[in-house]
Design a protein around this ligand. Structure first.
Ligand SMILES: *Cc1c(COP(=O)(O)O)cnc(C)c1O
Length: 409
């Protein structure tokens, strides 16, 4: 069968697993445990000899249907879904790395991921943070004990774009696991597999779910990494199909042992939300480009960060790799304007955390999500005290432009 388009594939994904009673959505399975007529079948599931469900912390039929959907969306071989994006990242790294291993990441990371990596440093992992917009910096940071490189596609809030393709080439050459957090672009705008990613992580909470009504995360194996060459695979998973060794270790040593599991109700919300991902993102990216242009031309705005603007430092990379430039931008107000007063004047835009929601959300980053980091680290990341992050929703674009015009006027 010829491969269908992005949205058609999502809409028909659940049906490929012959769901109960011909239902068009995979039902929500709330059972924690699963019974077997023959106890030997239960043992086979435990021993990875046959597919099936044992205990809800590791998987359930609703989550499995979502995992298969995400695998199709990312064009991968297998996915593990978790309770949050943070669980997907932390459990993947804890499952794959061992004390004394080194990994390289970006200086421009999602705040909580940065905080988590600092914590991993305190328990025996070595981490270095470099400007990943240039592969040369990543290369310079590699050490004999480097096992993995972790980057995001578009950084939040200042929208730096990683040197994705060349980092992929470097990782391939050095046999390193290449993890790309695809939250900001999602598989509709960009598939990290196309630049050689080994694993793709995502906060499904954001653009995949879209409605801001469920938390979830995922890690997808693209099938590009040769796990037989990775020394940290445990003997229990060595005997398996080589393509499954990494993802099985993440499910067992990560999800099973650390327990950041996704509930079936949330999996259902994310799964339904994913159906409109392409439609929502078309609108969000189109509006974001218009809002970015409007703000960039406005006298009371000092600076706008958006990869779609021609003067963005990585505009060319973003144009070459991504279908559109994303739904997130940030801007600095003229010094004379207080960022809190400005946010309070906006009537359509909501002062709120989160991104990728259907509603347009704005947040003063230095005072909120990057507050804990302190002024020096913020300055090194290019985060001005008055910087406002804007996640563009699906409202009628004219209403948003009018809201900004009024708040600035
Ligand atoms: C939100 C986010 C995460 C964490 O996801 P949660 O679902 O909130 O745990 C990780 N990475 C990026 C880039 C994010 O935006």
């Amino acid at each position: 069968m010829k491969e269908k388009g992005f949205t058609t594939t999502i809409l028909h994904s659940d049906r490929m697993g012959s769901p109960e009673h011909g239902s068009l959505h995979k039902p929500i399975h709330t059972s924690v445990a699963y019974g077997y007529e023959d106890a030997r079948d239960l043992a086979a599931v435990f021993q990875n000899r046959s597919a099936g469900f044992a205990y809800g912390r590791q998987n359930n039929p609703t989550n499995k249907a979502l995992e298969e959907k995400i695998t199709r969306m990312e064009d991968g071989v297998a996915t593990v879904c978790c309770g949050t994006g943070m669980a997907a990242i932390s459990q993947s790294l804890l499952a794959l790395l061992r004390s004394g291993d080194h990994f390289v990441s970006s200086s421009f990371l999602f705040g909580n991921t940065n905080s988590m990596f600092q914590t991993l440093r305190t328990v025996g992992l070595e981490a270095d943070f470099v400007d990943a917009t240039d592969v040369a910096n990543v290369k310079a940071a590699l050490k004999p004990n480097t096992k993995l490189v972790f980057v995001e596609t578009i950084a939040n809030p200042a929208t730096q774009v990683s040197d994705l393709k060349r980092i992929g080439e470097l990782c391939k050459e050095r046999g390193l696991i290449y993890v790309v957090d695809n939250t900001m672009t999602g598989p509709y705008l960009f598939r990290p597999k196309s630049v050689g990613a080994s694993l793709v992580t995502s906060s499904l909470t954001k653009y995949t779910g879209g409605h801001g009504n469920a938390l979830a995360g995922s890690v997808t194996d693209t099938g590009l990494y040769d796990w037989t060459k990775f020394e940290n695979i445990y003997d229990s998973y060595r005997g398996m199909d080589p393509a499954r060794q990494g993802i099985t270790q993440i499910r067992k040593k990560g999800l099973r042992d650390f327990g950041g599991s996704l509930g079936p109700e949330a999996a259902h919300h994310i799964s339904v939300g994913a159906e409109t991902m392409a439609l929502r993102m078309e609108r969000q990216c189109g509006t974001a480009l218009r809002v970015a242009g409007f703000l960039a031309d406005h006298v009371k705005i000092k600076k706008v960060n958006y990869p779609g603007l021609p003067d963005h430092p990585q505009h060319a990379i973003a144009r070459d790799l991504f279908r559109h430039f994303g739904g997130l931008l940030s801007f600095e107000l003229d010094e004379a304007i207080d960022c809190f007063d400005f946010l309070n004047r906006l009537k359509v835009v909501i002062s709120s955390s989160n991104l990728g929601d259907n509603r347009t959300l704005a947040i003063p980053v230095a005072h909120t999500i990057f507050y804990e980091m302190g002024p020096e680290r913020r300055a090194s990341m290019g985060i001005d005290d008055g910087l406002i992050r804007l996640s563009v929703g699906i409202e009628d674009p004219e209403d948003l432009l009018a809201d900004f015009a009024a708040a600035l006027g």
